[in-house]
Ligand binder design. Sequence first.
Ligand SMILES: Nc1ncnc2c1ncn2[C@@H]1O[C@H](COP(=O)(O)OP(=O)(O)OP(=O)(O)O)[C@@H](O)[C@H]1O
Ligand SMILES: [Mg+2]
Length: 232
Amino acid sequence: MLEIDGIHTYYGLSHVLHSLSLRVEKGEVVCLLGRNGAGKSTTMRSIMGLTPPRIGKILFKDESLIGMKPFRIARKGIGFVPDTREVFADLSIEENLEISERRFPERSLWDRSRAYELFPALKKIRSRKAGCLSGGERQMLTIARALVTNPDFLLLDEPTEGLAPLIVAMLEETIGEFRSLGLTVLLAEQNQKVALGLSDRAYIIDNGAIRWQGTVENLRENEPVRKKYLLV
Ligand SMILES: Nc1ncnc2c1ncn2[C@@H]1O[C@H](COP(=O)(O)OP(=O)(O)OP(=O)(O)O)[C@@H](O)[C@H]1O
Ligand SMILES: [Mg+2]
């Protein structure tokens, strides 16, 4: 479904991604694991066209995303939950979801009421301004907002970072359900526990390059690799 081949991405003169390649097949949950500053968010920004790579290929459903504007990339069916958890602070939860809703003839699963079924806590406070939400509520809203655009591919950038354990457990359960809802997921994480519990395959990124890839079972057994790249 997604195929990244040899991308190099820069911030100005700073060369951040070095010939990075990865693939995600339809129906998979794949995690991109790496420490602080490894290049996880930059990989996601490269896919979304927010920081487009200078070299390399990105194909989504066999179509090149290179040179495409971020809003067009989103309309191809990619939902992005950025680490910034940006919401429209002056709008209510309900309004945030309303302006994000999008329907497609070929796939129209999600709307506000479906999103509220997934996150009942949001429904109770749906008239509250998004600027007044807790970290966990805000993260639920950013995920719900991505879902109501009806993507078939979801990019989640450290969705559980900095949240209370109870909220983390709830989000883990929700993300675990995405596969059965027909979503393909690329999940960026520093938190091995969350990522390994949810994913089929893993890529380890360090200093802007993929250092290891394989199944989650293989990574669990490979302590040297986890020690080298993941444990802090
Ligand atoms: N806007 C920017 N301008 C310049 N350099 C940046 C910018 N954003 C990130 N970088 C640099 O690019 C590298 C990769 O950062 P990135 O945010 O992709 O890492 P990350 O794996 O997402 O880290 P974290 O786990 O902290 O979110 C880092 O060295 C970082 O300092
Ligand atoms: Mg990041």
